[in-house]
Write a new protein. Structure first.
Lengths: 326, 437
């Protein structure tokens, strides 16, 4: 029979260090904490006069974005530059594979440029696994979002934000609201919260936006927002893309907002000190009201700041994992 | 292909599920026909084959093979793939109409039959397209295609969405006694999908195809079968709910049969862990519960046949992220070994396992093959059940797309005779250079 090892193994060295960062699923708690602690040490770098540390000096980092992105790509680029790496941005949406070049051919070409790290975003779930499986040894692959599968650095910056505001994860109730079906962020957050020891992870949405058997990931499913928000410490709103209205998943943005949109009134059932997060970019008046996005509970802008530090931590850990050669 | 065989096969364990035979016998093939079966035979002049310790089986019948020719962007040729089939004991294979161009004109049927005839490794029983271009709009020339040699009609893996068109296909086919083959899949419910809509797909972020995509299309086909009295064969069911529908239809007396792909009997959705693209198939591998229901149904007769659903693909077809990889497994060479593996696992008796790949599919296809009958052209194979090896040690298909390449399996085939002619001789193969393709 075919062996089915957990999907995590490919990203670890023999002695359990990170050498790729593809998915949070299956990683030990100690590694996630190492990322958070590492990020904490990098948070101050952005405030210095010279915003650089030499950890990746002489390394070449390639941003391989098969799917358009501004924010994620910029934060990865900034993170790499603050680590003193050389950065190459390749916007593949416009080039190579659209001319018939296969993904494999393109990878071999890029490897020939002596790259040390690929930051990959791709619309196909599993694409970074495929790339990590086929690159030559010593090239680290970091998943910057694949299909509906995972967006592990986003989830880790969310964990950083939660730990920053809540001090830890023990006893925390976290609600993830909205389009879980299409969300790679939500899947990664669910794994991270469970590994880090949150008391309860809830997902809230209509059945058209909830993946089949999602309970198996370790969440409680709520279809009613008020019930789902009761006594939670953290509320994470997910972005609802406009295209969803065209495929019979929802009748309209306004009905969605009326049933699942976050406003101050609805947040009353949450804990008094509950924070509100959003992976961005936000749709005001669709998944979140301006009074919440700009209000005292919102930590949305801090998430972006922490994002650079978390990505610096992950990149330096992967490079050192690769260099350890284990 | 060699001349008509003149063979005396001695002391093999003859298993013929068609009449429940399981005994050690001598078999005489004269001038290509099976003429005698008895405890001890003599035949001066015949080539004597010592089959002691071997299984002597009817030539295997594979009820679903996707051809590499013409077109279709697959690997290999009719020659390479029928040779691979012969090396695994298959003498008859039912080809799907999804070639390029599709099998909706007599020219394509002729081409397939000619190429298969010239190669001489196995008999192809072609299915014609049910609708022109498999587009689901206009009926194909079913009668003309039947006269050209097609044994039935099917729309392959392309669902006929329009229920009126489907009803008319059934009515027209029923008028002329043409069997209808149908792989049930609702198009709208499966669009973009590449995995079973369940826990594994949700976790891996793969777009799911729910079991209802199959059962809705299956229910519709069964109701139309009842209304039109068409002879219906259901291809490659994949879930427990489909098994229940077919069981119920058979109880109601419908002229319906069904097959399942061998891989659905051995694998479930968990095989997709780590995005294993060589386990990307359609219909998708479903839950363990579904797999168990399929095994039980194949054992109790609700499912009549097990097929390979062979598709030979080039390496680049699988060298891609899972959703972008092509679906399909090169399966003819592992059909028998995997069935023997299921016997080993006590899922089937040996007799039932052989029936599911010989007379079972033959009945589904309405053909007088898959059995050992005196007086008919001999189609049989000699199998060594004692030797265990990996398929990779002798892989003939041009498609290397199989999750089983390095799994140790029993069921090496020493000799295959297809309609009176030797189509595979392992010793000859081992000593001969590669033939030109």
């Amino acid at each position: 029979m075919i062996p089915s090892p957990p999907s995590a193994n490919i990203q670890l060295t023999a002695d359990g260090r990170l050498k790729h960062f593809l998915s949070i699923e299956g990683l030990p708690r100690s590694l996630l904490e190492e990322i958070l602690d590492g990020a904490a040490s990098f948070v101050g770098v952005g405030d210095r006069a010279i915003k650089k540390v030499p950890l990746l000096r002489g390394k070449t980092v390639v941003n391989l974005f098969f799917e358009a992105s501004t924010r994620t790509r910029s934060t990865f680029e900034l993170a790499a530059k603050r680590l003193s790496a050389d950065v190459l941005n390749i916007d593949i949406a416009k080039s190579a594979t659209s001319k018939g070049e296969t993904l494999m051919d393109m990878l071999w070409n890029l490897e020939a440029m002596a790259s040390d790290m690929f930051i990959v975003r791709h619309s196909d779930s599993g694409a970074p696994f495929f790339i990590a499986d086929h690159v030559t040894p010593n090239v680290a692959v970091i998943n910057a979002g694949d299909g509906r599968h995972a967006h592990p650095t986003q989830a880790m910056l969310d964990m950083y934000t939660i730990r920053h505001y809540k001090g830890g994860f023990a006893g925390l109730k976290v609600a993830i609201v909205g389009d879980v079906l299409h969300s790679r962020v939500a899947r990664s957050q669910i794994h991270a919260l469970n590994i880090l020891g949150a008391e309860e992870v809830r997902v809230i949405g209509p059945k058209t936006l909830l993946p089949k058997d999602i309970e198996s990931l370790g969440v409680t499913v709520y279809t009613d927002l008020a019930q789902g928000l009761r006594d939670v410490d953290v509320v994470i709103a997910l972005r609802l893309q406009k295209e969803r209205m065209d495929s019979a998943l929802l009748p309209s943005e306004s009905e969605f907002f009326r049933l699942y949109g976050l406003n101050n009134e609805r947040l009353k059932t949450a804990k008094a000190d509950a924070i509100v997060m959003h992976p961005g970019p936000i749709n005001r008046g669709v998944e979140i009201a301006s009074e919440v996005a700009d209000g005292p509970r919102s930590v949305i802008l801090h998430q972006v700041t922490f994002g650079i530090a978390v990505r610096m931590a992950v990149m330096s850990m992967c490079i050192s994992g690769q260099e350890s050669g284990a | 292909m060699s001349k008509k065989a003149h063979l005396l096969i001695r002391k093999g364990r003859v298993i013929d599920p068609n009449n429940g035979r399981d005994e050690v016998l001598d078999l005489l093939v004269e001038n290509g026909r099976l003429t005698r079966m008895a405890a001890s035979l003599d035949a001066p002049g015949a080539q004597i084959i010592n089959a002691e310790g071997l299984l002597v089986l009817p030539g295997l019948v594979d009820s679903c093979v996707h051809l590499s020719e013409p077109g279709a962007g697959r690997s290999g040729s009719i020659t390479s793939e029928t040779r691979a089939a012969a090396s695994a004991g298959i003498t008859h294979l039912c080809s799907q109409p999804d070639t390029y161009p599709v099998v909706d004109s007599t020219a394509v049927v002729r081409l397939i039959r000619e190429r298969a005839g010239q190669a001489g490794f196995a008999k192809i029983l072609p299915l014609a397209a049910m609708t022109q271009g498999l587009e689901g709009r206009q009926l194909a020339e079913m009668v003309t295609l039947k006269e050209a040699g097609c044994i039935g009609v099917s729309n392959g893996s392309k669902p006929v969405q329009d229920t009126l068109v489907l009803k008319r296909c059934f009515e027209y086919a029923a008028t002329f006694g043409i069997p209808v083959m149908l792989r049930p899949q609702d198009e709208a419910l499966s669009v973009g999908g590449c995995a079973h809509d369940g826990a594994v797909a949700s976790r891996l972020g793969l777009i799911g195809i729910p079991a209802v995509a199959e059962t809705i299309a299956l229910s519709r086909a069964l109701l139309l079968c009842e209304a039109t009295s068409a002879r219906l064969h259901i291809q490659q069911v994949s879930c427990a709910a489909s098994v229940a529908l077919i069981r119920d239809a058979k109880l109601r007396g419908l002229a319906v049969s069904a097959d399942v792909c061998i891989h659905h009997l051995l694998l479930d959705e968990s095989a997709l862990e780590n995005y294993r693209s060589d386990c990307h198939i359609q219909p998708p591998l479903r839950s363990q519960h579904d797999r168990e229901a399929l095994l039980a149904a194949a054992a109790d007769g609700t499912i009549d046949a097990v097929c390979s659903q062979h598709i030979a693909l080039g390496t680049s077809s699988k060298q891609a992220p899972f959703p972008a990889s092509k679906a399909g497994i090169s399966g003819v060479e592992t059909l028998l070994p995997l069935m023997l593996d299921l016997v080993e696992q006590k899922a089937f008796t040996l007799m039932r396992a052989i029936e599911l790949i010989t007379s079972g599919p033959a009945h589904c296809l309405g053909r007088q093959v898959g059995h050992l009958e005196i007086g008919r052209p001999a189609s049989l194979c000699l199998v060594d059940p004692r030797v265990q090896r990996t398929p990779a040690q002798q892989w003939l298909s041009a498609g290397k797309n199989s999750p089983w390449l390095h799994t140790r399996l029993y069921g090496m085939v020493n000799l295959t005779v297809c309609e009176g002619k030797i189509s595979w001789d392992r010793e000859l193969h081992n000593n001969a250079p590669e033939p030109a393709q």
